[in-house]
Design a protein around this ligand. Structure first.
Ligand SMILES: [Fe+2]
Length: 381
C-alpha cells in the first residue's frame, strides 16, 4: 500500500470507462468576512503555507483572494472588497463557508457534456483562461444550495494557482512538520428528504459510486438524529458524505446548520494527517478548539474491546480527545474542531487512517452527544 493509499484510502480503478473522470481535489474555495485574517489563522493555527494572491494590487477590484497549501491540500480564501461583489451577498447570507469544491479533471468538456445530458445546471461553460504561465480549461456546475463544483484542467499551466493570481509568500514560519497532507472528504448537509436526490445527482451526473450507508439508529442519539450516505469518485480520492436531518426529540445538528447557513452547504472538511497526536497538540497550542470527548468514551470496556490495539496508548488519545473507530479493513483516529466561523456551521475534522476506509460510524453516537452538549450551551437545542 502506498503512503497516499493509506492516507486517504485510494483504490485502483479504470478511468477509461468513467463518463466523468475526476482525478482529485483542485481547491476548496472559501468566502469569509475577513480573508486577510482567516489566511493568518490558517497559517498560524493550521500550518498552511501562503502561495498566491489576487486583489486590488493585481487588478482585482472585486475581492481579495489568498491561496494556501498544506501538502496536496489547497484552500483559496476570498473576501469581498467591493460591497456589491457577489461574494459579499454570499457572505451576508451564509457567513463564512465553502463556495466551491473545485475538482481536477483531465477533460472538462467531456465532463460538462455528460453532466448536461444528465440534467445538471452548468453555471459556467467550458472556457480557457490564460496568462504567461499557460492555459487552464475551466467550467462550473451547481450542486446543493449555493455550493458549486468548478472543474479544472491545469495540465497546460505552471503558474501558482490560476491566471490573475501572483505568487506570494508570507513572514509566518511554517511548523517544522506539516500538520496535514491532504483533504480526505467534504461533507454536505442537505434538507430533510433531499439526501437521496443528491446521492442520485453524484451517481448520475458525476459517475460517483456509493461507499457506505449510515441510517437511522446508527447515528441517532436520544434527542437528535441524522441520516448519511457517502459517494466517492472512481479512485476514492474525492469522498462526499451527504447528511440530512432525521426526526429526533430535539433539533438535529443538521437542522441547526441549515438554519444558520440559510440552506444546504458544506458542513465539514476532513484533513488527512499521518500524525494526529502531533497535529492536535500543535493546533491546540495555537488556539484551535476541539470538541470534548467524555472520559466515559475511553473507559467503556465495550469500546476498548471494539477498538483493540491501536498505535498510541488509549491514555494518549484520551488526553487529547481523539476518537477511534475500527472496521473489517482496519482502524482510524479522528477528532473534530468546533465551528471555526461566527455561525455554528462549518468545522474541520482531522483523520489518521490505518486501513479503515470508513468515516467513524462507531463514533457517530459518541461524537453527536458531544456536539449536542455544545448546541445546548448555545441555546439551539
Ligand atoms: Fe467526516
Amino acid at each position: 500500500m502506498t503512503l497516499e493509499q493509506q492516507l486517504v484510502g485510494l483504490v485502483e480503478y479504470d478511468a477509461s470507462a468513467d463518463p466523468f473522470p475526476v482525478s482529485g481535489w483542485d481547491a476548496l474555495v472559501w468566502v469569509v468576512g475577513n480573508a486577510l485574517q482567516t489566511t493568518h489563522f490558517l497559517q498560524t493555527a493550521f500550518g498552511m503555507e501562503l502561495v498566491a494572491y489576487s486583489g486590488p494590487e493585481t487588478g482585482n477590484r472585486d475581492h481579495h483572494a489568498y491561496v494556501l497549501r498544506s501538502g496536496a491540500a489547497r484552500f483559496v480564501v476570498k473576501g469581498a472588497y467591493d460591497p456589491w461583489s457577489p461574494l459579499a451577498d454570499h457572505h451576508r447570507t451564509h457567513g463564512d463557508g465553502i463556495l466551491d469544491i473545485a475538482l481536477t479533471v483531465p477533460d472538462v468538456d467531456r465532463c460538462i457534456t455528460h453532466a448536461r445530458a444528465q440534467g445538471a445546471t452548468v453555471l459556467e461553460e467550458p472556457h480557457d483562461v490564460s496568462d504567461e504561465h499557460g492555459t487552464v480549461r475551466i467550467a462550473t456546475l451547481a450542486t446543493y444550495g449555493d455550493t458549486r463544483h468548478t472543474l479544472v484542467d491545469r495540465s497546460r499551466y505552471s503558474g501558482p494557482y490560476l491566471p490573475g493570481y501572483v505568487a506570494r509568500g508570507s513572514a509566518v514560519v511554517p511548523p517544522a512538520k506539516r500538520l496535514f497532507q491532504a483533504v480526505d472528504h467534504v461533507v454536505g448537509n442537505v434538507e430533510l428528504g433531499a439526501m437521496d436526490e443528491w446521492v442520485g445527482f453524484y451517481n448520475r451526473v458525476m459517475g460517483f459510486t456509493n461507499m457506505a450507508e449510515f441510517i437511522g439508529d446508527d447515528i441517532a442519539t436520544d434527542y437528535s438524529a441524522l441520516m448519511s450516505k457517502v459517494v466517492a469518485n472512481g479512485n476514492h480520492r474525492v469522498k462526499f458524505p451527504l447528511n440530512e436531518p432525521a426526526p429526533g426529540k430535539k433539533k438535529s445538528q443538521i437542522d441547526e446548520y441549515l438554519e444558520f447557513y440559510r440552506g444546504p452547504g458544506a458542513q465539514h472538511v476532513a484533513l488527512a494527517t499521518n500524525d494526529i497526536l502531533t497535529t492536535v497538540d500543535a493546533m491546540r497550542a495555537a488556539g484551535v478548539e476541539f470538541l470534548a470527548t467524555p472520559d466515559s468514551y475511553y473507559e467503556d470496556p465495550q469500546l476498548r474491546a471494539r477498538i483493540g490495539q491501536v498505535r498510541a496508548p488509549v491514555e494518549e488519545l484520551q488526553r487529547r480527545g481523539i476518537l477511534v473507530d475500527r472496521d473489517e479493513d482496519g482502524y482510524l483516529l479522528q477528532i473534530f474542531t468546533k465551528p471555526t466561523g461566527d455561525r455554528p456551521t462549518v468545522f474541520f475534522e482531522l483523520i489518521e487512517r490505518h486501513g479503515s476506509l470508513g468515516f467513524g460510524k462507531g463514533n457517530f453516537k459518541a461524537l453527536f452527544e458531544a456536539i449536542e452538549r455544545e448546541q445546548e450551551r448555545r441555546g439551539n437545542f
